[in-house]
Every structure is written in C-alpha cells, then in structure tokens.
Design a binder for this molecule. Structure first.
Ligand SMILES: [Zn+2]
Length: 253
C-alpha cells in the first residue's frame, strides 16, 4: 500500500529532535512521499535540508503563505520568484487568503495570491491553496484562471463550495478534521468524486483522532485513509491507490 501525505511541514522545528524516527514511521505506515508547503523566506533553508536528507521522500514546494504576508511582502515575493528561476518545484504553495487571524494585510494577501497564481501559470505547476474563512473569495479568484490547477488544502467549506471547486477541476485536501465528530466533511466526501480527493496531515497541526490536540505527523495519513474508507465503505487499499494516483497526477510526480 502506498500513500502520499500531500501537505506536511516536516521541516518544522517541532520535529527537530526525532525527525529520523518520524520518517521511519512513514516507511512502516506505507507513506511514500511527504509534500512540503513553504511558508516564507525563513522556512526555505530547513525545507531544503529535509529534501537533501530524505531525497525522493520529502519534496518541496515554493510559495508565500498568506499568514506571512506583511509589510515586506514584495521582497518575499521577489525571493519566491528567484527560487523558481533556479530549479523545479512540484507546486506553488502554500498560498491563498486567511481572514481568521488578522485582516491588517488583507489587500496585500490578495496581491500576493494573484502574483503567485501568475507564477504557477508561467511555470506550469499546480497551486496549494490555504483558505481560512476565505473559501468563497478563493473560488472566485481561481475561476478567473481557467488553465490553473491545484488543491484546496485542508478544505473547510460547504458542500456547494466543494462542488464549485471540483467543477474547476481542482482537488480537495482531506486531513485530520475528517476524524472529528462535528464535521461536514463526512457528508461532503460522499457527494464529491473520489477522483478529486487527496490526503494530507498538515503536520505538525490538526492531528486526527485519537491524537487530536497532540503533535501531528505524516504517518497519520494512514488514519485519514482508513477514516475515508470507513465512510465510503470501501477498503483502505483502494482509497490509498486512488488518492495516491490523484496526487501523482496533480503534482506530476
Ligand atoms: Zn500548511
């Protein structure tokens, strides 16, 4: 069984003491790859170090996370662009809009999102969208770019929004939230084609049950796969196979 964790911050300092063990846990759980979203210029070095230490397992993206869009975002965007010119990345991510924490830089978040979408089109790579309390705005934006592909990472919208996303040919990233009692994801995944779903942890955040509240890790993608299999009453092997194929197709792996 092969499973891909399509979104994990494995380079985060939360894993500094036992990262080898965490990668070993992945091997035992059948997690073949960990796709790493970038946050800003401060996370790039640690992300590249993971890629170097765990080649073909930890695979980097490049992008400026909306929560890191501040006064200096133009410099940050220039840095992203410089990295894109130097080498290949599987995706631009994570990018998008976050209205939950702080609206001070909302206008700048929009500019940064649009600029990075343009880069994704230029380099012909998908985008990984972070959309917190901003799903509707993100959907309206991607609709303006018919050639754009990507995923709504840790999707948290309504069924209608999920259907709009799928209609654009985009994917939904399904993570630990699907194991929580109070979630509309249980209903949503039954209505959405499985060909539009990929699995993720968002480690070290958003641990699935029974680890909720504790540090998350990529090997828990298997719990997500099992939960999805239980909801859809299919076996976990077919969930693994289909979601892995979806992931390979989207990210050209
Ligand atoms: Zn993330």
């Amino acid at each position: 069984m092969e499973i891909i964790d399509s979104h994990a911050h494995i380079y985060d300092e939360a894993f500094n003491l036992d990262r080898d063990q965490i990668i070993n846990n992945c091997k035992e759980a059948g997690i073949s790859k960990i796709l790493m979203p970038n946050c800003d210029s401060q996370t790039i070095e640690a992300m590249f170090a993971c890629e170097k230490k765990y080649p073909n397992i930890c695979i980097p993206m490049m992008g400026l996370h909306p929560c890191y869009v501040k006064e200096n975002f133009e410099e940050e965007i220039a840095n992203i662009e410089a990295h894109l010119q130097q080498r290949k990345f599987i995706a631009i991510g994570e990018i998008g809009l976050d209205y939950h924490w702080d609206l001070t830089f909302k206008a700048q978040q929009h500019i940064a999102f649009h600029q990075q979408i343009e880069m994704a089109i230029q380099y012909n790579v998908p985008i990984v969208i972070h959309s917190r309390e901003s799903t509707e705005d993100c959907i309206e934006i991607i609709k303006k770019y018919p050639r754009l592909r990507g995923v709504f990472h840790c999707f948290s919208g309504s069924l209608v929004q999920a259907q709009k996303i799928v209609a654009q040919g985009f994917y939904l990233g399904i993570g630990g939230v699907i194991t929580y009692k109070k979630t509309n994801l249980t209903e949503i995944v039954q209505e959405i084609p499985i060909e539009n779903l990929i699995l993720e942890t968002d480690a070290p955040y958003l641990s699935p049950v029974p680890f909720r509240g504790k540090r998350n890790e990529p090997s828990y993608t298997k719990i997500i796969a099992q939960t999805l299999a239980d909801i859809l009453t299919v076996d976990v092997e077919s969930i693994a196979e289909i979601s892995t194929n979806n992931c390979k197709k989207l990210f050209n792996l």
